[in-house]
Design a protein around this ligand. Structure first.
Ligand code: BGC
Length: 827
């Protein structure tokens, strides 16, 4: 029997080797037929595509943004990655990756610029919502599952942003100064797992500098670690505009420069010809690109015929992911779930009640075709049974209500028509004669997959809109523009907004009193540099009654749910959050509601931590709903009413104040550097080490049922060989009377470690669904290498002999963990 197995293994390996050799031979053969100029052309993209070589049938690889869904035309908006992190559910992460990839295929794209695996280090980070949280293992496991899901549909995943891109502040230039051990143990494991366990096709190099060298030309990051240590055989794309040199980038890093080959296409030829860059380096880059293309079937028929409508199937998946990620942080006196059979009037208060905050801002923003707010969901589920009142209480000042064309007038070809006249220029500075002049009915543009017109292109253009604004009512208004990139607004000849800079989409407003029927001369100037392009012109009318109406609604209701939090206007790529609590006006609304002395449930939307202990303390129940994607309202309503039992767990620690966080002493910068002196101690590792009491711990989340963990057993008390596995089992019972899911979390701790080590680290986890009364045996295992640290001296991973602890439980809180001891004694 044994012989047969050995023979089979040997032949399978041989077949694999031969297949590998075949691919390598084919790739080499193709590379040998390319001219140097053709090879160099391949090193730069064209917007969101790589370049084809038609002569040899080498196709373009068509990319599109993620990770919350595909940003290309209308698509499904899934919950933000942080919500996926909070599901702690590997299968769901796989399914979401696969679901998105089906839409990628349907749209004829090939590569998804996702997942984002940068950790939440500082709560200020503008892109925290695109991260899986603060822990390297949670991030690695879930993002690798997502990658496998994406690639199961023959779509290339792109793990980003490599590496140590943990803040938006000065993201293009900040130098992250970090020790190698910290880099390898905390910030790189997800990338490593993506490469080694997920076989990810591509990696995106980050904008920032790492230890003095830009990530896109960082020999140590890209060659030493990624390509040599980890054996990555896919290709590296630069982040959009992250390349700063020709020589360094050609030699040390990136294989394809995006969005165009500003450096790699232009001057590389000269460098190869004069011997500064060995042609073999160029061959390697091209080989990587072609090899991935072969692996993903680009030389075969890639036409796509899906059996089902992916957008339809993804509605349920987006809902499931949103529901599974919502975290119940507090539930005093079991005020939740709301019993809809007993309640008559329910008040949904706050700026996020009737608006679904699907995602954060920037390149991850999906153009969804519908989005369900909590109010929509309550109305459709209970509208005929309950009295449902919704009052925003405050108007979020960054809300952009696009001004409809009936209020805009312009003279065009001698006639007065609705809209503004747009003059479109083929440069970024409104120079020369416009290439195109037309009337735009309103200013509300999101150009993702194409520019305003073929003659204008997708990047490097500018527009000047002119016309008159004629309001119908008088009162205090705010006029606002949201744009990616630069914008200026003139009212009656006065420049009131001037943001002529490259930026991810951001909002600026200007308050003024408008008079009904009066004409206001408006000029909007806008330019687009690269990547996505958008611009909108809107207004908000101030309503002094808003707060009073919300308080009155709360007074009249049996149940009050407040929907507070952030939106894509507060949390976005391109900038960090200046403060960590709710916007001022929302705090005023909560204070006014508190004065009523009525019980209330608080539902929050956000990506990074909202640090606000008093607000949490004043609420009777708190639901962390994240940015929940297009199905957010349905998921929130079902959790609030108990149709779904909450099972999310926090993927990061919520502290009581900003000073509690590990990055506090170093963020945002010091002379253009950000020091990672908190070392291994980010997130709960820092709270543990410094004995800081968190408001809500990493891994924490309540349920409407109760679980019991007992019978925690280890398969051995000692591990004596690298290959040995320690199996940890426990019995998990749902002792309550509703079905639900619990996440069993396994941490390890070290007794008298020889080197500095965190007090405990998450190593394994499993989400388990149980019917009421059901018991399941849960099994998790660790091997010695799971307990290793990176030794800079030895330049390798080391597991020391000694005494270790398994800490098993339902959160990282001390009281939720059962401790067992074991020994490692490797010869
Ligand atoms: C972002 C990337 C994104 C790229 C393309 C960059 O600004 O950092 O995450 O994939 O733009 O839109």
């Amino acid at each position: 029997m044994r012989k047969v197995i050995v023979t089979i293994i040997v032949s399978v390996t041989l077949i694999q080797l031969t297949a590998q050799q075949n691919i390598d031979e084919k790739v080499n053969e193709l590379v040998s037929r390319l001219t140097l100029q053709e090879k160099i052309e391949l090193l730069g993209g064209t917007g969101f595509d790589s370049k084809p070589v038609e002569r040899l049938g080498i196709p373009a690889i068509k990319m599109a943004d993620g990770p919350l869904g595909i940003r290309w035309g209308n698509a499904t908006a899934f919950p933000a990655t942080i919500a996926l992190g909070a599901t702690w559910d590997k299968q769901l992460a796989y399914n979401v990756g696969k679901g998105i990839a089906k839409e990628v295929r349907d749209k004829g794209r090939d590569m998804l610029l996702a997942p984002c695996v940068n950790l939440v280090r500082t709560p200020h980070g503008g892109r925290n919502f695109e991260s899986y949280g603060e822990d390297p293992v949670l991030t690695a496991v879930l993002s690798t599952s997502y990658i496998k899901g994406v690639q199961s549909e023959d779509v290339l995943a792109c793990i980003k942003h490599y590496a140590v891109n943990n803040q938006e502040y000065k993201r293009m230039t900040i130098d992250a100064v970090i020790d190698e051990r910290v880099l390898r143990e905390i910030y790189l494991p997800a990338f490593k797992s993506g490469v080694q366990n997920g076989n990810v096709a591509t990696v995106m190099s980050a904008y920032n500098v790492l230890n003095g060298t830009y990530c896109s030309e960082n020999d140590f990051l890209l060659n030493t670690i990624l390509k040599n240590d980890w054996g990555f055989d896919g290709f590296v794309v630069s982040d959009w505009g992250a390349v700063h040199s020709t020589l360094g980038t050609a030699k040390y890093g990136v294989d394809i420069e995006m969005p165009n080959g500003k450096y790699l296409n232009e001057t590389v030829t000269e460098l190869v010809e004069n011997g500064d860059v060995d042609q073999e380096i160029i061959n390697d880059k091209v080989r990587r690109l072609i090899k991935v293309a072969m692996r993903f079937g680009f030389f075969d028929d890639r036409s796509y015929q899906s059996k089902e409508d992916p957008y339809d199937a993804n509605k349920k998946l987006a809902y499931d992911a949103a529901a599974a990620g919502i975290v119940l942080l507090k539930n005093t006196n079991s005020i939740l779930p709301i019993n809809v059979d007993e309640v008559k009037t329910i008040a949904l208060i706050g700026p996020n009640a009737a608006v679904n905050r699907a995602g954060g801002g920037g390149s991850s923003r999906v153009n969804y075709s519908y989005s369900v707010s909590p109010f929509d969901a309550f109305m459709s589920k209970y509208g005929d049974k309950l009295k449902i009142i919704s009052e925003p209480g405050v108007r979020s000042k960054t809300e952009l209500n696009i001004i409809p064309s009936q209020y805009l007038k312009t003279e065009f070809n001698g006639e007065i028509v609705s809209g503004f006249t747009g003059q479109y220029y083929n440069n970024k500075n409104l120079e020369g004669d416009p290439e195109l002049v037309r009337v735009d009915e309103k200013i509300d543009f999101k150009w993702v997959a194409g520019g305003p017109a073929e003659s204008i292109g997708v990047d490097n253009f500018s527009v000047r809109w002119k016309g008159k604004l004629i309001p119908e009512t008088s009162g205090k208004f705010e006029l606002g523009v949201a744009s990616d990139d630069g914008v200026r607004l003139f009212i009656n000849g006065e420049k009131v907004i001037d943001e002529w800079i490259d930026r991810a989409v951001a909002y600026n407003g200007y308050a003024l009193a408008l008079e009904s029927g009066k004409e206001y001369n408006i000029i909007i100037e806008y330019y687009e540099n690269g990547g996505a392009a958008e611009v909108g012109f809107g207004w908000i009318k101030a309503d002094s009654q808003l707060l009073d109406k919300a308080v009155a609604a709360a007074k009249a209701a049996d149940v009050v749910v407040v929907f507070a939090g952030l939106s894509e206007h507060y949390e976005s790529e391109g900038y960090d959050r200046p403060d960590l609590t709710l916007p001022e006006d929302q705090l005023k609304l909560l204070a006014a509601l508190d004065q009523l002395g009525k019980e209330h449930v608080l539902v929050i939307n956000n990506g990074g931590q909202l640090v606000m202990p008093e607000v949490y303390a004043n609420a009777d129940a708190v639901l962390e709903a994240w940015f929940p994607g297009q199905e957010g309202g349905n998921a929130i309503a079902d959790i609030l009413t108990g149709v779904v039992n909450p099972s999310g767990k926090l993927p990061y620690t919520i502290g009581k104040k900003w000073q509690d966080y590990s990055s506090y002493d170093y963020y945002p910068e010091e002379n253009d550097q950000i020091f990672y002196k908190d070392g291994l101690f980010i997130g709960y590792r820092h709270f543990d080490k410094n004995e800081i009491e968190a408001d809500f711990n990493f891994g924490f989340g309540l349920s409407y049922t109760q679980f019991k963990i007992d019978d925690v057993k280890l398969s051995a008390s000692k591990i004596s060989s690298e290959a040995d596995q320690l199996t940890v089992t426990c019995k998990l019972t749902n002792t309550g009377d509703v079905a639900g899911a619990e996440v069993i979390q396994l941490y390890t701790a070290y007794e008298n470690p020889k080197v500095v080590r965190p007090e405990k680290d998450l190593k394994k986890f499993e989400k388990v669904y149980l019917e009421p009364g059901e018991t399941r045996v849960v099994e998790l295992s660790v091997i010695p290498s799971d307990l290793a640290y990176y030794s800079i001296e030895k330049r390798s991973w080391v597991t020391d002999n000694g005494k270790y602890y398994i800490l098993l439980g339902s959160s990282s809180r001390e009281q939720d963990l059962v401790q067992r001891v074991f020994e490692i004694d490797l010869k």
